[in-house]
Design a binder for this molecule. Structure first.
Ligand code: HEM
Length: 413
């Protein structure tokens, strides 16, 4: 095992991208499948290479999601086990499920996400993006793009697809930030209970939404989920709430992270920004995917082995957990030409930012549409834009996002 100096676990390391990438690179080179035993987490295998993550995700019968989907401090897992009798979280979303349940539950919203639902909402996504660009303009030439704009665009979209009022946006924003940025000191709630209070409030809020949509269904995604049927019976409340929770959270901070990280990448690579100005059609080719590869908002997901397995020469034992480090895989020299180059002309990139296999991100189309729509419109309307201060990365080893991205700009007259 490499010395702890090669820490790729502590949330603090994630606030320093250069350091993090140097460490990932060392693992890819020297120990691509490495046993990590570092507090506050239970030990696990870190998988840093693209091909190895694909191998794990492809074999979803051997490497399953239950009971450990993300890195959670041992103390929190113990509290959950004491309360619920098992180590899994208090939710049962698609991410916590394995076959055969996973396939059945995924089918409830899959067709909405994979085409007609998302297509029907495209013009509303365009309007949301345009409204937030208006607000940027109203701020008079400078803003904190991460905190003032990127945070709100995906959330406005989710509020729209779930049919929730704009007036509830601050509540949903604060709750999801506290739940998913829970390791960053600036994003923690002050109850000291690892987000349990926030979680209960959000579940109560979503419960009311389910009741309303069961009484009076509409054409939105909340109605599809609230009235989901599994094996001929209505979906149970825990699974219904978890479905809504994962939709409202998975789609929010991830896409916000891609927008803020994408703008930063463009500002740090002016030649690429110019290319996108000259050839906006690149957004419909591979540019949005390149933004997502570059940023890789979700830094890891976990799987647990159901049987002994040899991965890149390492003996994985039944019951061992593995963390698939997507950000490392998306800079893997064996999988990408020039992986450390932000290249908006990169096409057919098989990046892993949306995962792979049966749990492949359900919201991929929606997320890519938001990114395309926002940046196409922004670059059309803005004459000049540049960094106006230091970009600050959140301390989180799960969803990596920028806490702050000060920019100044001039709109076309
Ligand atoms: C850039 C934005 C996004 C990124 C980077 C992202 C990334 C991911 C990743 C890595 C997974 C796990 C895949 C795996 O385990 O193999 C996932 C699953 C999921 N995502 Fe996304 N996501 C994004 C946006 C969205 C949006 C906009 C939504 C919906 C509104 C969404 C809904 C989901 C759902 C429901 C799952 C669970 C799928 C399953 O377990 O079957 N995501 N996403």
């Amino acid at each position: 095992m490499l010395a702890p100096v090669n820490d790729i676990v502590s949330p603090g390391v994630y606030a320093n991208p250069e350091l993090l990438h140097a460490r990932y690179a060392r693992y890819r080179r020297e120990e691509p499948v490495a046993w990590i035993d570092q507090e506050p987490y239970r030990p696990f295998w870190a998988v840093t290479r693209h091909a190895d993550i694909m191998e794990v995700e492809r074999q979803h019968q051997i490497f399953i999601n239950e009971p450990r989907v993300t890195l959670v401090p041992r103390e929190v897992e113990d509290q959950t086990t004491a309360a619920l009798g098992k180590r899994t979280a208090m939710v049962r979303s698609l991410l916590d499920m394995d076959e055969p349940d996973h396939r059945k539950y995924r089918a409830v919203a899959q067709s909405w996400f994979m085409g007609p639902g998302v297509a029907r909402f495209q013009s509303r996504v365009d309007t949301v993006c345009s409204n937030w660009i208006d607000r940027m303009q109203e701020q008079g030439g400078q803003c904190d793009f991460a905190a003032d704009i990127a945070n709100f665009v995906p959330l406005s979209v989710i509020m729209t697809i779930l049919g929730l009022p704009e007036s509830d946006m601050q509540f949903v924003l604060r709750s999801t930030q506290q739940l998913f940025g829970a390791s960053d000191p600036d994003m923690q709630d002050d109850s000291g209970d690892y987000g349990r209070t926030v979680f209960m409030q959000l579940m109560g809020y979503l419960g009311e939404l389910v009741e309303r949509r069961r009484r009076e269904p509409t054409d939105d995604l909340a109605s599809v989920i609230a009235n989901g049927v599994i094996d001929g019976a209505p979906m149970a409340m825990l699974e219904t709430l978890s479905y809504l929770l994962v939709t409202s959270t998975a789609g929010h901070e991830t896409t916000a992270s891609a927008l803020a990280g994408g703008l930063l990448a463009m500002l740090q690579n002016p030649d690429q920004l110019q290319l996108l100005r000259d050839r906006p059609e690149l957004w419909n080719e591979g540019a949005a995917d390149e933004v997502v590869r570059w940023v890789t908002p979700i830094r890891h997901m976990m799987r647990t082995a159901t049987q002994d397995y040899v991965l890149r020469g390492k003996q994985i034992k039944a019951g061992d957990s593995l963390a698939m480090l997507y950000l490392s895989a998306n800079r893997d020299e064996e999988a990408f030409v020039d992986p450390f180059r932000f290249d908006v002309q990169r096409t057919n990139s098989r990046h892993l930012a949306f995962g792979f296999g049966v749990h492949f991100c359900l919201g991929r189309l929606l997320a890519l549409n938001e990114i395309k729509s926002f940046f196409k419109q922004l670059l059309q309307r803005v004459e000049h834009i540049e960094l106006a201060g230091e970009a600050v990365q959140a301390q989180s080893n799960f969803v990596g996002t920028l806490k702050s991205l000060p920019v100044c700009y001039r709109f076309k007259s």
